[in-house]
Every structure is written in C-alpha cells, then in structure tokens.
Write a protein that binds this ligand. Structure first.
Ligand SMILES: *Cc1c(COP(=O)(O)O)cnc(C)c1O
Length: 235
C-alpha cells in the first residue's frame, strides 16, 4: 500500500469512528507521525493532501522540516516526544506546537526561547494516564501548578491548547479506553475551571488505538506506522 492509500484508508476509518460515536464529521484531525521516515515520505504524504506532521526528536525534525516548511508553508510540525530543556531553543524555531509539555521548567524554557524570537507557540499538557506509559505529568497537582501559572499570565508567548496522552502499550482494550477516559474527564474538569484558557484539544490515539480514542473524545490522532509503515530504528 502507498502512503496515499494508507492516508485514505485511515481517513475513512476516522470518519466511521466519528459516525459510530455520534461525533461531528470532520471533528477529528489527523497527524502523520513521520519520525524515522525520510523527508521523501513526508513529501509523498503532503502531495496526498496531508499538512500536519509529528516528530519525536528535535535533531531529526530540525534536519527534515525547515526546508519542507520553506517550500510549503502549509506544513505544520508538532513535537510529540519527551523534550529536554536544552533542545527547546532549536524546537521553537520550526515547530508550531509542542504537545509533550510535562513540567513547569519546560514551560519556563519555552517562554524564554519564544520571547527571544518574538513568537508565540502552542502547547499541550501531556498527562500520564496509564500504568505502563512513561511520559507526561505524573500527578494532577503538578499539572495544576503549571496550568495555574499559565492562567496567571506568566507565559505570554505560550498558547495552551489542551491535553495529550499515550495509552499504555497493551492489547487490553479496557486499559487503553480507561486511559483515554481519564484524560477526557480531567480535561472537562479543567476546562470548567479555566474558562479563559482555550483548552479544547484532546490529542490521543495512535495507529493501534485511534478508533477507541475517537470514541472517547479525541480531537487529534497521531498516526505513524499505519501511514508510513514500520520504523527502522537501526538508522
Ligand atoms: C511514535 C508516536 C506515535 C505514532 O505511533 P504509531 O503507533 O506508529 O502510530 C504517536 N504518538 C507519539 C507520542 C509517538 O511517540
């Protein structure tokens, strides 16, 4: 199957999942996760109408995306992997959103680097929702501390857009669903409390579980393998 065919196939499944769960058609965005795949694969997806991409590692993304964005300004890339503070400076030069914000210190560094560039950036708060998943805010208290700081206006160059999570790596659909429900409920609670923040995005669901995620309220699914094929980690 070509990347184009894979994209069509996934878009069809997304629309079926939207219908099945009574969601509005077109309410779920598709991100193509291109980590470990070359720029040619991104171009192939772009030619098939895909504009939103996700990458895990700043170094890899910074080699791949700036020339692509220069040629095609419609292309957006979000950082979705755990981010070391010393990589923020480079990441904010090309990423339109950082989905993997998991600590207050990272917000401070993003603010500092965006202020220097006189740009604003979108962020999502990544929340740890499953036993086996490893990334994201570990506790609601720490998450609330960060949101409170944002709500007080401490980070004028940061636009908080919502939440992200990774379900545990398991075949147990119940556990996966539980993780998505946890994020949705948490987001509903926080949205009610912080009505002045645009916390509308729920980034959840990957190749193996995006249909479950959509049933549980996902607004953005991050799909890699099902679009680009298996990743070759030896490269
Ligand atoms: C790699 C990755 C994805 C995509 O995973 P697939 O199973 O290949 O679809 C999604 N989200 C995050 C955070 C990732 O690291």
């Amino acid at each position: 199957m070509s990347i184009k065919e894979n994209l069509e196939n996934i878009k069809y499944k997304i629309s079926q999942a939207e219908k099945k769960s009574g969601r509005k058609e077109g309410s779920v965005k598709l991100m193509a996760v291109s980590k470990f795949h070359p720029a040619e694969a991104v171009v192939e997806a772009f030619d098939a109408g895909q504009f939103l991409f996700g990458e895990n590692r700043v170094q890899e993304a910074s080699e791949k995306f700036p020339p692509l964005i220069e040629a095609h300004p419609e292309i957006n890339v979000h950082m979705i992997g755990q981010l070391q503070s010393n990589k923020v400076k480079k990441a904010v030069t090309f990423a339109s959103c950082i989905q993997s914000v998991d600590r207050l210190d990272l917000l401070k560094e993003i603010e500092k680097q965006c202020a220097k560039l006189d740009r604003t950036i979108k962020i999502l708060f990544e929340v740890h929702t499953g036993e086996e998943s490893k990334s994201g805010y570990e506790s609601e208290a720490l998450l609330r501390e960060s949101i409170e700081a944002v709500a007080k206006g401490e980070f004028p160059h940061i636009i908080p857009c919502g939440f992200m999570t990774m379900a545990p790596f398991t075949d147990d659909e119940k556990l996966i669903r539980k993780s998505f429900i946890t994020l949705r409920e948490l987001s509903e609670t926080l949205r009610r409390e912080y009505t002045n923040l645009p916390l509308t995005e729920l980034s959840m669901g990957m190749s193996g579980d995006f249909e479950i995620a959509i049933e549980e309220g996902s607004t953005l699914v991050r799909v890699g393998t099902a679009i680009f094929g298996e990743r070759d980690y030896s490269k």
